[in-house]
Write a protein that binds this ligand. Structure first.
Ligand code: ADP
Ligand code: MG
Ligand code: ZN
Length: 472
C-alpha cells in the first residue's frame, strides 16, 4: 500500500430544501404514500411544460458562493437522455456545459484545501422498490431538486474523504440549503479512486464507487478499494475503469458496469425552458445569507471570546448553541463564565428536556443574568442551577423565581452574618481550634452555616466571613 499514493474525487448530490419540486408544484415531502406527490409535469406526460422553481436557484447559488465558486449568471438546462424505469420522461433535466458554479474551493478544518470542479442543478429520478417477484416504482422523488457538487481529485486518503464529507455537510446545513440527511437520501455520494506511484504526476485509472449509505460506508469502501487496487497493480494486473458497488453485507466492492457499458447521454439544451440570467440582487442577497462559514466562525470565536478550542468546538457543533452563546455575550461579556455554565448545567438540563433546544424558552439576557448572579455570589451553585431549571423552559422572571423560592437569603453578607454569629456562639471548640492554627476546623463551622441557611449560603463567602469574624 505504502508504494502508492491514493487519489480520490467525490461527487455529492444534495437535495435542496424546497417545499415544491424543481419544475412543478408537487410537494417534496419525503414520507408521503407512494405516487401521491406527482403530476403530469414530473411524470413527463406529453404536452406539459416545466416551470423553474426560483427557490432552487437561491439555495443552489448559496452553496456555489459558500464553496467560493465562480457563479455563472447565465443559466440554461440540458437534457441528459437515458432509459431507466425510475425515469418517466426518459431524460433528466440537468446542467452540463455551463454549470451553475465552477472552480471553487473548500478548506477543511485541518487546513487541507479541496478544489471544487463544479456545482450544478438537476432533478432527481424516482425510486424503484424491488420485491421478490416484481419491482415497484414510486415517482414521489421524481423532480426533486438536487445540487451536484463535484470535487477535483485532490483528496488523498479515505479518512480525508470522510473529513471532506463531514465538513461539506456542516457547511451546507449551516447555510440552510439542504438537510444533508443521508438516511432520507438528501445527501448521496459517489466516490472515485485511483492509485499512482509516489512522484507520478499522471493520474491512474479510476474506479467509481456507488451505493454507500453513510460517511463511514464511503470510508470503508475506499479503504477496501485502495487495498484491492494496490494488490492488483502489484501483481501486474491492469485497473479497469469501471463502476463498482459497495456490498455492505460482505464489506467489499463488486463490479456494476465497465466503461464500455457507460452511457452516451446525448445531452442537448432543454427546449421547454428559457435561458435566463441570475440578477445581481439575488447573488448579493445570497452572499449575505452565506455569511460566515463554520471554520471562519471558529477562528473568530477563539480570538474574540478567548475560550479554549475544545469549548469552541462543542459550542459550534450546534448553530443553535453558537447563536445563544453569542447573544448571551452581548448581555454579559464574561465569555468564560458563560461557557462554563452553557457547557455544564445548561446542556445537562437541555438534554433532559423533551425536545432539547426546541424546548428552551429562556432568553439569553435571563441566562446571562443567572450567570452574573452566580459570579456576584448572589446565588450559590446549587441555587443558580435551580433558578436555571425553573426558567429554562419558561423564561420566567429571574428575580421573581429567587424571591418565590426563598433563595434570596444567600444574597449579600447581611443575611449570612446572623448565621455566622450563631455558628460561632454555638461551637466554641472548633473556633478555639481554628485560632490555635487548625485550618481544617473552619470547615465544620462552614457546614453549620450551610445547614442554617438550608443550603443557600455561598460556602466560599461563608468561609471568608467566618475567618474574618473569628480573627477580629
Ligand atoms: P463522471 O460523470 O464520469 O463520473 P465527473 O466529472 O462527474 O465524471 O466526475 C469525476 C469525478 O472523478 C470527479 O470527482 C473527479 O475528481 C474524480 N476523478 C477523475 N479522475 C480521477 C482519477 N484518476 N482518480 C480519482 N478520481 C478521479
Ligand atoms: Mg460519476
Ligand atoms: Zn409534479
Amino acid at each position: 500500500m505504502s508504494n502508492f499514493e491514493i487519489v480520490i474525487g467525490l461527487e455529492v448530490h444534495t437535495q435542496l430544501k424546497t417545499k415544491s419540486k424543481i419544475f412543478c408544484s408537487c410537494s417534496t415531502e419525503f414520507k408521503s404514500p407512494p405516487n401521491t406527490n406527482i403530476c403530469p409535469v414530473c411524470c413527463g406526460y406529453p404536452g406539459v411544460l416545466p416551470v423553474f422553481n426560483k427557490k432552487v436557484l437561491e439555495l443552489a447559488v448559496r452553496v456555489s458562493l459558500a464553496l467560493k465558486c465562480e457563479t455563472n449568471k447565465s443559466i440554461y438546462f440540458e437534457r441528459k437522455n437515458y432509459f431507466y424505469p425510475d425515469l418517466p420522461k426518459d431524460y433528466q433535466i440537468s446542467q452540463y456545459k455551463m454549470p451553475l458554479g465552477e472552480r471553487g474551493i473548500l478548506e477543511l478544518p485541518s487546513g487541507k484545501k479541496v478544489n471544487i470542479n463544479r456545482v450544478h442543478m438537476e432533478e432527481d429520478a424516482g425510486k424503484l422498490i424491488h420485491k421478490e417477484d416484481c419491482s415497484l416504482v414510486d415517482f414521489n422523488r421524481t423532480g426533486t431538486p438536487l445540487l451536484e457538487i463535484v470535487s477535483e481529485p485532490d483528496i488523498r486518503s479515505p479518512q480525508e474523504a470522510y473529513d471532506y464529507l463531514t465538513y461539506l455537510k456542516l457547511v451546507i446545513q449551516y447555510i440552510g440549503s439542504s438537510d444533508c440527511d443521508m438516511e432520507k437520501g438528501s445527501l448521496r455520494c459517489d466516490a472515485n479512486i485511483s492509485l499512482r506511484r509516489h512522484g507520478d504526476t499522471k493520474l491512474g485509472t479510476r474506479v467509481e464507487l456507488k451505493n454507500m449509505n453513510s460517511f463511514r460506508g464511503v470510508r470503508a469502501a475506499l479503504e477496501f478499494e485502495a487495498k484491492r487496487q494496490a494488490k492488483a497493480i502489484e501483481s501486474g494486473e491492469k485497473i479497469i475503469q469501471e463502476t463498482r458497488l459497495w456490498d455492505v453485507d460482505n464489506l467489499k466492492t463488486v463490479v456494476m458496469r465497465t466503461k464500455e457499458q457507460a452511457h452516451d447521454y446525448r445531452y442537448f439544451p432543454e427546449p421547454d425552458l428559457l435561458d435566463f440570467s441570475v440578477s445581481n440582487e439575488l447573488i448579493e442577497g445570497e452572499k449575505a445569507l452565506v455569511g460566515e462559514l463554520p471554520i471562519e466562525r471558529k477562528e473568530r470565536f477563539l480570538k474574540e471570546y478567548k475560550i479554549n478550542q475544545k469549548e469552541v468546538d462543542i459550542i459550534l457543533a450546534s448553530p443553535w448553541l453558537a447563536n445563544f452563546f453569542e447573544e448571551a455575550n452581548k448581555a454579559y461579556p464574561k465569555s468564560q463564565e458563560l461557557s462554563n455554565w452553557l457547557l455544564g448545567p445548561f446542556l445537562e438540563q437541555v438534554n433532559a428536556l423533551e425536545k432539547g433546544f426546541d424546548s428552551v424558552k429562556i432568553s439569553t439576557q435571563k441566562f446571562a443574568q443567572i450567570v452574573r448572579y452566580f459570579s456576584e455570589k448572589k446565588l450559590n451553585n446549587l441555587a443558580a442551577k435551580k433558578v436555571l431549571s425553573l426558567s429554562i423552559a419558561t423564561d420566567q422572571d429571574i428575580d421573581g423565581i429567587i424571591e418565590g423560592e426563598g433563595l434570596t437569603q444567600v444574597s449579600g453578607e447581611d443575611q449570612l452574618s446572623l448565621f455566622i454569629e450563631e455558628a460561632i456562639k454555638d461551637n466554641p471548640k472548633p473556633v478555639k481550634e481554628y485560632l490555635e492554627g487548625k485550618e481544617q476546623a473552619i470547615m465544620f463551622l462552614v457546614g453549620q452555616v450551610m445547614k442554617k441557611s438550608r443550603g443557600n449560603a455561598n460556602p466560599q463567602v461563608a468561609k471568608d466571613m467566618l475567618k474574618r469574624r473569628i480573627e477580629e
